[in-house]
Design a protein around this ligand. Structure first.
Ligand code: ADP
Ligand code: MG
Length: 252
C-alpha cells in the first residue's frame, strides 16, 4: 500500500535579490495514513518550507510530492484543499482581523459550494471546545489559545484527511500549549487524521509524533521512530546534540 504523503527528493530554492537560498535539498519522507510525523531541526533548517511546498506556497525546484499516490497538481486546487489543510504558528497573523469567526469558518464551505453552513459552524466551534456564541466575535476579542482553536476549526471545516501543522503551539503560553496539543490529539483520534507537524520542542514531539525527521541546513539528517527517541538511539551526532540541547532546556 502506498503511504498517504510521499515526498521524494524535494528541493526548494528561493531566488531573491540576486541571492539563491537552497531552503530544502533533496529531502525524502513518507507518512502513513493515520500517522503523526514530525519535522525537527534548528531555525532555518527548511521545516516550514517543506509544509509550504506541499501546499504550493513555496517554489519546488526538484522532486515530487504525492498524496495518496497521486502527484499534487499545480495550482493545488479545490480537491487538494479538501484533503490537506495547514495550521500556522501564529494565530494572530493567520485569522483575518476584520472577519467574524463565523465568516472565517463558513468561508471554506462557501468556496466549495457546500450547504448547511450554519449548523457546521456551530458544530465546528463545539468540536474545538469553544462556546457557540464565539461565532459573532472578532479575532481581537479572543485569547491566543482561542484563536488557535479557531484556526484548527477552520482547517477542519472541509473534513480533510491531512493536517500540516507548523509549530501550532509555540506562540502560546505554556499552560495553553498542553490544552491545544490535547485537542489536536483528540481530533486526530476521532477523525483518523494524518499529521505532518513541525516542532522544535522535544516534549511536543514526544507527546505527538510516531516518527520524526531531523533536518539541518535544508537537508535530512536522520529519521527516528518514537522507540529510537525514547532509547536515545540516534545514529548521528547532530541528532544527539539536538535532543540533548532540547532535554537540557526542558530540565533548566
Ligand atoms: P525553519 O522553518 O526550519 O525555521 P524555513 O523553512 O522557514 O526554516 O527556512 C529555510 C530557509 O529558507 C531559511 O534560510 C530561510 O531564510 C529561507 N526562506 C524561507 N522562506 C523564504 C522566502 N520566502 N524567500 C527567501 N528565503 C526564504
Ligand atoms: Mg519554521
Amino acid at each position: 500500500m502506498t503511504d498517504l504523503i510521499e515526498i521524494e527528493n524535494l528541493s526548494v530554492t528561493f531566488n531573491t535579490k540576486g541571492r539563491t537560498v537552497r531552503a530544502v535539498e533533496n529531502v525524502s519522507l513518507s507518512v502513513k495514513a493515520s500517522e503523526s510525523y514530525g519535522l525537527v531541526g534548528e531555525s532555518g533548517s527548511g521545516k516550514s518550507t517543506i509544509l509550504r511546498a506541499i501546499c504550493g506556497l513555496a517554489p519546488v525546484s526538484g522532486g515530487e510530492i504525492r498524496i495518496g499516490g497521486i502527484p499534487v497538481p499545480t495550482p493545488r486546487g479545490k480537491a487538494f484543499s479538501a484533503q490537506v489543510q495547514m495550521v500556522f504558528q501564529d494565530p494572530y497573523a493567520s485569522l483575518h482581523p476584520r472577519h467574524t469567526i463565523d465568516r472565517t469558518l463558513s468561508e471554506p464551505l462557501a468556496i466549495h459550494g457546500l450547504s448547511g453552513s450554519d449548523a457546521k459552524v456551530k458544530r465546528a466551534l463545539e468540536d474545538v471546545g469553544l462556546p457557540a456564541n464565539f461565532r459573532f466575535r472578532y479575532p481581537h476579542q479572543l485569547s491566543g489559545g482561542q484563536r488557535q482553536r479557531v484556526a484548527i476549526a477552520r482547517a477542519l471545516m472541509l473534513e480533510p484527511k491531512i493536517l500540516l501543522l507548523d509549530e501550532p503551539t509555540s506562540a502560546l503560553d505554556a499552560s495553553v500549549q498542553a490544552e491545544v496539543l490535547n485537542l489536536l490529539s483528540r481530533l486526530r483520534a476521532e477523525r483518523d487524521l494524518t499529521f505532518l507537524m513541525v516542532s522544535h520542542d522535544l516534549a511536543v514531539i514526544d507527546h505527538m509524533c510516531d516518527r520524526i525527521l531531523v533536518m539541518q541546513h535544508g537537508k535530512s539528517v536522520e529519521e527516528l521512530s518514537r522507540i529510537d527517541l525514547a532509547a536515545a538511539n540516534m545514529k548521528t551526532d547532530y541528532a544527539r546534540s539536538l535532543f540533548n540541547a532540547s532535554a537540557d532546556r526542558m530540565l533548566g
